[in-house]
Design a protein around this ligand. Structure first.
Ligand code: GLU
Length: 306
């Protein structure tokens, strides 16, 4: 039996888009008899107290998790060990470039826009030594490919760019792509369900998994929740977090109803939705959210428009 997962970054309370993705990840995992695991991705963007809030919020929706929760900040040696394995095979190099250096260098010929141009890939020992005096090094993957293909349950076969992406940042912290790949493999996760803003990261992650001799998971990148202008939901849009919505008198169960309706699923309970769940029938477009409407829609008539 494999496992699926939800892997929030504890940067604040969960909003409707995160909650919808969490429900989808749960539905994908449970409908395929997989375990469902929780991982806290706290290598950056941490707000104090957010982890506990998020865990409570997920529980209040009725999502159940299996096994032990992983917290990335507890696992630094594991990421470094994976980098050592790559180093042993000559697949890692030191990079001293700042963001500005990379922007100014432009893309290498035949490389995807925004790809690392390879400035530090072939430095001589003396060049490296000179650069190290000015700036600590990041560690980059010496990628052997320019692109890689993955299979996504919603997008089908997807091919995307793979460049010499960062494994260890120059402040010593493991980069997102490394941590995700190492953790998914460690936890036996063979199904990755997350927002479709991360689809373009999947080829890099799948390629890295193959280099580390891990199984590549199946992916399902699900549509995001957007505001009426087509932007990601944010504070300015009104009551978009579970906290804000429940403060206005709705229950977490009401929020589950709204989210399941937005997915075209039976909305009486998570179990009812699970019975009917069919990935092929999911909406492929972003979910456009008008927070005003959401609260109004579910308020008992007497308390409306106070
Ligand atoms: N921690 C990431 C986020 O909250 C998700 C990473 C992933 O699912 O791979 O956006």
């Amino acid at each position: 039996m494999g496992a699926g997962r939800f892997a929030p970054s504890p940067s604040g309370p969960l909003h409707l888009g995160n909650l919808r993705t969490a429900i989808l990840a749960w539905l994908f995992a449970r409908s395929t008899d997989r375990d469902f695991l929780l991982r806290i991705e706290d290598l950056d963007r941490v707000r104090s107290g957010a982890e506990t809030t998020q865990i409570n919020e997920l529980a209040s929706l009725g999502l159940d998790f299996d096994g032990e929760m992983l917290r990335q900040s507890d696992r630094l040696p594991v990421y470094l060990e994976a980098v050592e394995r790559l180093k042993d095979r000559g697949l890692v190099y030191e990079c001293f470039c700042s963001r500005k250096d990379i922007a100014e260098a432009g893309s290498a010929p035949h490389a995807a826009p925004g790809a690392y141009p390879g400035t530090c890939r072939e430095l001589s020992p003396s060049e490296r030594e000179a650069k190290a005096k000015n700036r600590p090094a990041a560690l980059r993957l010496r990628s052997q490919v320019n692109e890689f293909s993955v299979h996504d349950e919603l997008f089908g076969d997807y091919t995307g760019a793979v460049d010499d992406f960062v494994l260890i940042r120059n402040d010593g912290a493991p980069a997102y792509n490394l941590a995700v790949v190492v953790d998914d493999a460690f936890s036996g996760i063979d199904q990755v369900v997350r927002g479709d803003d991360l689809l373009s990261s999947a080829p890099r992650q799948a390629y890295l998994a193959t280099l580390l001799d891990y199984e590549v998971p199946v992916y399902a990148h699900v549509p995001l929740a957007l505001n009426s202008k087509g932007q990601r939901l944010a504070k300015r849009d009104g009551a978009v977090t579970l906290e804000e919505i429940t403060e206005q008198g709705l229950l977490p169960a009401n929020v589950v109803t709204i989210l399941l309706e937005s997915l075209g699923l039976p909305s009486t309970s998570l179990q009812a939705a699970l019975q009917a769940f069919d990935p092929a029938a999911l909406p492929r477009e972003p979910w456009i959210v008008d927070p005003e409407n959401i609260v109004q829609q579910l308020m008992p008539p007497a308390s409306r428009n106070r």
